[in-house]
Design a protein around this ligand. Structure first.
Ligand code: AR6
Length: 172
């Protein structure tokens, strides 16, 4: 049974077995939560990302997939990098966003992680509307069969926190 919890704050300050990064397919860092994770986690994360690119993801990590590295100096054992879809008004990409949560949990299971912290994937630079992103995130975690005991959504601001809280109240 997986418990879903909500926290408002900075995901790089969380303590968890695994912290999920809303990365881009280059795996070489960026802004938003990706930038924050690399800044606070230190160079070991980027080093491992570069190795993964050289060995396995020369064309980049595809959207909707996930891969783990060390968590460097973060208070976690692993960072799980996943690539969210850019929101589109002409194409329904919600299956790809759901895949980010499902694949991250699959990788967490492979690692044996029991607590996993997620940001609101795709809701920043990739412009996914917060309410819809929260619905997809919560529905997908609820529908995923995983040994992860706690999925913690770490929401940066009050608006995001309330969007996720509304989804949890719905059908919990
Ligand atoms: N802790 C928790 N949430 C955060 C933090 C933080 N420290 N910082 C930002 N957020 P974004 P995306 C929230 O843009 O939309 C990067 O450049 C933020 O408020 O980080 O998936 C990557 O390299 C928002 O709600 O990720 C990619 O190129 C959410 O995290 C691209 O952005 C996601 O915003 C990915 O875009």
């Amino acid at each position: 049974m997986t418990t879903i919890t909500l926290v408002q704050g900075d995901i790089t300050r969380q303590s968890a077995d695994a912290i999920v990064n809303a990365a881009n397919s280059s795996l070489l860092g960026g802004g938003g939560v990706d930038g924050a994770i690399h800044r606070r986690g230190g160079p070991a994360i980027l080093e491992e990302c570069r190795r993964l690119r050289a060995s396995k993801y020369g064309k980049g990590l595809p959207t909707g997939q996930a891969v783990a590295t060390t968590a460097g100096d973060l208070d976690a054992r692993w960072v799980i990098h996943t690539v969210g879809p850019v929101h589109s008004t002409t194409e329904d990409r919600s299956a790809l966003l759901a895949s980010c949560y499902r694949e991250s949990l699959r990788v967490a299971d492979e690692l044996g992680a029991r607590t996993v912290a997620f940001p609101a994937i795709s809701t920043g630079v990739y412009r996914w509307p917060m309410d819809d992103a929260a619905r997809i995130a919560v529905e997908t975690v609820r529908a995923t069969d995983t040994a992860v005991e706690e999925v913690r959504f770490v929401l940066f601001d009050e608006r995001a926190y309330h969007a996720f809280a509304a989804q949890l109240e719905d059908g919990s």
